[in-house]
Design a protein around this ligand. Structure first.
Ligand code: PEP
Length: 250
C-alpha cells in the first residue's frame, strides 16, 4: 500500500511573516487521524523558518530546486548539502517552470535528481507535457522520455527512494485541471514504465498529480488507482485550501 503524499509548492511567494503564519496555520489544521504524508516546499530563504516551526511535527518540508553540483564557483546556486542541512526531506527537481524558464534539460534534471539522493534528500521528479504536445498526441513520448532520462542515468533502483509528480504544463496555474481519467492514463503509463525495469519499484513508487488541484477536485483525482497524492501550487498558499486537499487525500 503506497502512503499518500500531498506536497505544497509555494513557488516564489510570501515573506518571513506571511510564511511563518501559513506554516502555523497548516500545522494547526493538520488532521490528526491522517494516514498520508504532508509536506511544504518553501523558497530557500525560508528553510530555516520551516525547520524551526516544523521540526518534530508531522509536517515535512523541502526545497524547490538544488544545484546539480556539490560545491564550487556557481554563483547564486544552492547545493543539496546546504538544503539538507536545514532538515529537508524533499526537493523538487525538474519543475516545468525550471525546465521552461531556466533551460533545465532532461540531463540536468537527472543530474539534480542524483545530487539530491547523494545527500539523502528525496527528489520529487516533475514531468509533464505542454498543451501543444498533448494536442499533437505525443504525451506518452514526452513524459516517458523525461522519466527515462532519470532511469537511464540514475538506474531504476534510484526510483525506490523518490517521488514522481505528473504535472501537465497546461494545467499548472491555469485553473484547467486534467480530468481524473486523463491523469490516471498518464500515471499508469509512468508506473508501467518503471515496472518494466523493476516490478516492485513500479508498484511502490508514489506518483503525484499536479495542476490546478483544489479542494473541490482533489477527492475525485485521488480516487484514481495510480494517483498517490498531489503537488499543489496556488492552493498551497491558503491554509484552508491546502488542508481541504490534505483531507481529501485521507
Ligand atoms: C505547481 O506549481 O507545481 C502546481 C501544480 O501549481 P498549481 O497547483 O497552481 O497548478
Amino acid at each position: 500500500m503506497r502512503r499518500r503524499l500531498v506536497a505544497g509548492n509555494w513557488k516564489m511567494h510570501g515573506s518571513l511573516a506571511a510564511n511563518g503564519a501559513l506554516l502555523l496555520d497548516v500545522l494547526d489544521g493538520l488532521p490528526s487521524e491522517a494516514k498520508g504524508e504532508c509536506a511544504v516546499c518553501v523558497p530557500f530563504p525560508y528553510l530555516a523558518q520551516a525547520r524551526d516551526h516544523l521540526a518534530g511535527t508531522p509536517l515535512a518540508w523541502g526545497a524547490q530546486n538544488l544545484s546539480e553540483h556539490a560545491q564550487g564557483a556557481y554563483t547564486g546556486e544552492v547545493s543539496g548539502a546546504m538544503v539538507a542541512e536545514f532538515g529537508c526531506r524533499y526537493v523538487l527537481v525538474g519543475h516545468s517552470e525550471r525546465r521552461a524558464l531556466y533551460g533545465e534539460t532532461d540531463a540536468v534534471v537527472a543530474a539534480k535528481f542524483m545530487a539530491a539522493q547523494r545527500v539523502g534528500l528525496v527528489p520529487i521528479l516533475c514531468i509533464g507535457e505542454t498543451l501543444e504536445q498533448r494536442e499533437s498526441g505525443v504525451t506518452a513520448d514526452v513524459v516517458g522520455g523525461q522519466l527515462d532520462a532519470v532511469l537511464d542515468m540514475a538506474g531504476v533502483e534510484a526510483l525506490a527512494n523518490a517521488v514522481v509528480a505528473y504535472e501537465p504544463v497546461w494545467a499548472i496555474g491555469t485553473g484547467r485541471t486534467a480530468s481524473p481519467e486523463q491523469a490516471q492514463e498518464v500515471h499508469a503509463l509512468v508506473r508501467g514504465r518503471v515496472s518494466v525495469r523493476s516490478e516492485a519499484i513500479g508498484a511502490g513508487i508514489r506518483v503525484l498529480y499536479g495542476g490546478s488541484v483544489k479542494p473541490q477536485n482533489a477527492a475525485e483525482l485521488f480516487s484514481m488507482p495510480d494517483i498517490d497524492g498531489g503537488l499543489i501550487g496556488g492552493a498551497s498558499l491558503a491554509a484552508a485550501d491546502f488542508l481541504g486537499i490534505v483531507r481529501a487525500a485521507g
